[in-house]
Design a binder for this molecule. Structure first.
Ligand SMILES: *[C@@H]1O[C@H](CO)[C@@H](O)[C@H](O)[C@H]1NC(C)=O
Ligand SMILES: *[C@@H]1O[C@H](CO)[C@@H](O)[C@H](O)[C@H]1NC(C)=O
Length: 319
């Protein structure tokens, strides 16, 4: 009790004695000076403890809580589409997505058997275009499929959506890194790309795992904000003899028409081609490969082994 009573006494007496007879106090043998310093020390320590606690909580929140947050089952987008070009690819990509407990909608790609691809290719040929493009059915199938997804997203009024293709591998820490991207994503944004290829970045612009894009290609993993859906539909309205990524990303991003941000290094990659596993950009195409496997760009974007979901699940390549 003494340790409580003495400071209390001293508190009461100090105001009393100061009025009555500042400096001395005959009734209490306790030295005022030492009581003052005890109180000061007591409160000093208290304040110190509070400051330390407050600071640690603040620092903890700053440093860890962001990385502890995890994106939801649609990775923070309103919706996820997965474009499946071949049934056997689904067998490969589904376990990858399941590992991360993602909710997504499968969109079956248009193949050369579909009317839209057949008609479009015939039209291109009639115009004398793309006669020598060996993978023209693939390009047209890709164009028709991605556009159909955007039209669906427009109709459903999704605020944002992520489009994935079926030959992807994703980082084992996908949800956490995508969330860290969201935490740093400026508004307004047009494209949030977890898996760009051939990226070029705006110098000096970095925020968490994000960089601002000045250039990019590839459609295997990209997020779109609703505000640009009609634009990308317009930009791609005319069927090209080139990839759809060139129409809606490479050109517009390079031209500064879009606010596009990417996670760098990528957290969604396309598995590399090899001679047994050629590109399926040509959905259902007889043509085996569009480029020799050794010239393929994809090996440059591979994950370290421990970061690959496919490795973790010991997934065979597609068959
Ligand atoms: C995930 O979060 C986004 C953004 O808040 C939201 O639009 C979406 O509906 C959520 N997905 C699920 C499955 O709750
Ligand atoms: C489109 O389909 C028709 C009939 O099925 C076929 O004769 C034609 O060769 C196809 N056109 C192309 C460009 O594949």
């Amino acid at each position: 009790m003494r340790f409580l009573i003495r400071p209390l006494n001293a508190l009461m007496m100090s105001s009393y004695t100061r009025i009555r007879n500042p400096g001395t106090d005959e009734r209490f043998p306790i030295s005022l000076e030492s009581s003052y310093s005890r109180i000061a020390r007591f409160f000093g320590i208290l304040v110190f403890i509070f400051i330390i606690m407050f600071n640690s909580i603040f620092l903890y929140r700053q440093t860890f809580s962001r990385s502890l947050l995890i994106a939801n089952s649609t990775l923070g987008f309103s919706h996820i589409y997965v474009i499946i070009s071949k049934p056997e690819r689904a067998e490969y990509v589904k376990p990858v997505l399941k590992y991360h407990n993602l909710d997504y909608e499968v969109f079956h790609a248009y193949t050369k058997d579909s009317d839209i691809v057949n008609t479009t290719v015939s039209e291109l040929w009639a115009k004398g275009q793309a006669l020598d493009a060996r993978n023209i059915w693939g390009l047209v199938g890709c164009w028709a499929s991605h556009r159909a997804v955007w039209m669906d997203a427009l109709e459903k009024r999704y605020t944002s959506f992520l489009v994935l293709e079926d030959d992807i591998d994703v980082h084992v820490d996908l949800r956490r890194i995508i969330q860290a991207g969201w935490n740093n994503l400026p508004t307004p944004w047009d494209m949030y790309i977890p898996g760009p290829c051939y990226p070029g970045f705006v110098e000096g612009w970095t925020a968490g795992p994000l960089k601002k894009l000045s250039h990019m290609a590839c459609t295997h993993g990209y997020g779109i904000h609703a505000r640009i859906v009609t634009k990308i539909l317009e930009w791609s309205a005319e069927q090209p003899a080139i990839g759809i990524d060139l129409q809606i990303m490479t050109g517009p991003v390079h031209g500064g028409l879009l606010e596009a941000y990417a996670i760098d290094p990528s957290v969604i990659i396309q598995r590399p081609l090899d001679t047994q596993h050629p590109s399926a950009i040509g959905t259902n195409v007889d043509v085996k490969d569009e480029a020799p496997a050794e010239d393929d760009w994809r090996p440059n974007y591979l994950f370290p082994k421990e970061a690959s979901t496919a490795e973790k699940l010991s997934l065979a390549y597609w068959y």
